[in-house]
Design a protein around this ligand. Structure first.
Ligand SMILES: *Cc1c(COP(=O)(O)O)cnc(C)c1O
Length: 431
């Protein structure tokens, strides 16, 4: 079987993520997916060790999610959200609020019980940033329009989100004239680090606090910016510093949310409840595009007190009922299935299996956290070779820069994960 006609047409016609037009490497044509496998037009089956960009946590075409989307399709695929509402959206917001970290008593009592539904992760980040600025203005601090963040972050590809991505590896140079100027501190150090990184945040807040609306960070795991892990105590310390300086804390859990790091949300590991929480990626179990920004009654009240009196954002497809139905079913699965054991088992198997790469020529580091396994190479030009070696062994991986990593579906079987690990180790040996 050769590639179908439409695959031929792709190269001259269809833009792919971070690609040239026409594309350099032809993408693999996919015709179906089920469980942890994707099926190519030529009949090959690949294990989706990326969980399709970390989203397909229950595997492809989970029956419960499929049934929920089918039922919703028969009733109400879409309706505008301005001035109208529907049960799938309300149910979803209820579920998110119930799952989000909260503190019910004491001085630190807070609940993330106000939800804005966005259509992608980048938009959820834009929404959180806009909320922070409107909140500060509503509380009499209109000059707080900038953000503080760490180097090595990734928050999306739209302008606001790009402005807080890593200034070197991100797209700052390219879009310099069009990007808002933000304040950066050093990358949080790894789990064994000392507290110089916290001291740098304290200094930045002391110097620039009165122009900073919020601190934004991917808690515990910096994902697309470099797959780096940091210690929970860092997050605990910066949350306290932010509070001290009247700076809101935005936790971008678009990658880490819904169990990926071993807890439902990564910020739980630091016992931190942010002022704004962004979720996306795994929200619908990888079925449709949907994201959300959760915040507190205090932030909502500040926004209501701003000049506009309302929050100034409202996407056309906000709260799309089909996407909400998929998300509701995916969250129900998380609430009823023992994903903690699944993630713990994946973590143990990855730690055990990828350890074989330690000390191999070309390998700079091997690290595992939750259902995330990372091999960092000592150079960044090996991606295509590593990917080809994995695909030849029936595994779909997409290395970037110097990183070969897997973030598999939680439902991956031990035998399938063994194949993923073997392919990663073999790819590294060959490269
Ligand atoms: C993927 C990602 C985003 C952007 O989400 P999109 O849905 O691609 O717009 C933002 N923040 C983090 C941490 C991400 O991993």
């Amino acid at each position: 079987m050769g590639d179908p006609d439409w695959a031929e047409a792709d190269r001259e016609l269809v833009w792919h993520p971070y690609a040239a037009m026409p594309g350099a490497q032809p993408p693999l044509p996919v015709i179906a997916a089920e469980g942890c496998e994707i099926e190519l037009a030529d009949g090959r089956r690949l294990i989706d060790a990326m969980a399709s960009w970390w989203s397909v946590i229950h595997g492809h075409r989970n029956p419960a999610i499929m049934a929920a989307v089918h039922a919703q399709l028969d009733r109400l695929p879409h309706v505008m959200f301005g001035g109208l509402t529907h049960a799938p959206a309300v149910r979803l917001c209820q579920q998110l609020v119930e799952m989000a970290p909260r503190e019910d008593a004491g001085d630190d009592a807070r609940a993330l019980d106000k939800v804005f539904l966005a259509d992608s992760g980048s938009v959820a980040v834009e929404v959180a940033m806009k909320m922070a600025i409107q909140y500060q203005a509503g509380r009499g601090r209109p000059l707080r329009q900038r953000f503080l963040t760490v180097r090595g972050g990734y928050h999306g590809d739209t302008f606001g989100a790009m402005s807080v991505c890593d200034p070197v590896n991100g797209m700052h140079t390219l879009f310099r004239g069009a990007l808002a100027q933000q304040h950066f501190v050093c990358m949080p150090t790894l789990e064994t680090g000392d507290d110089t990184d916290v001291a740098e945040v304290a200094l930045a807040l002391a110097e620039h606090g009165d122009e900073i609306a919020a601190f934004i960070i991917e808690p515990i795991v910096q994902g697309a910016g470099g797959m780096r892990f940091h210690r929970a105590s860092y997050l605990t310390a910066i949350a306290a510093l932010c509070r001290q300086h009247g700076v809101l804390l935005i936790c971008d859990e678009i990658a880490t949310g819904f169990g990926r790091t071993g807890t439902l949300f990564a910020c739980e590991q630091a016992r931190v409840i942010p002022d704004l929480l962004c979720v996306g990626k795994a929200l619908t179990g990888g079925t449709m595009s949907l994201a959300a920004t959760l915040t507190t009654a205090e932030v909502a009240a500040g926004i209501a007190a701003s000049v506009a009196g309302v929050f100034m954002h409202g996407p056309t497809f906000m709260a799309n009922p089909l996407a909400c139905a998929a998300a509701n079913a995916s969250l129900e699965l998380l609430r009823t299935r023992d994903w903690r054991s699944e993630v713990a088992a994946i973590e143990a198997q990855l730690a055990d299996g990828l350890a074989a790469c330690r000390g191999l020529p070309g390998v700079a580091d091997v690290r595992v956290k939750g259902a995330i396994g990372v091999i960092q190479m000592d150079r960044s030009d090996r991606g295509p070779a590593l990917q080809a070696a994995a695909v030849a062994r029936g595994i779909w991986l997409r290395p970037f820069r110097d990183l070969l990593y897997t973030m598999p579906p939680y439902t991956i079987s031990p035998a399938q994960l063994a194949q993923v690990v073997d392919a990663m180790v073999a790819a590294v040996r060959e490269a």
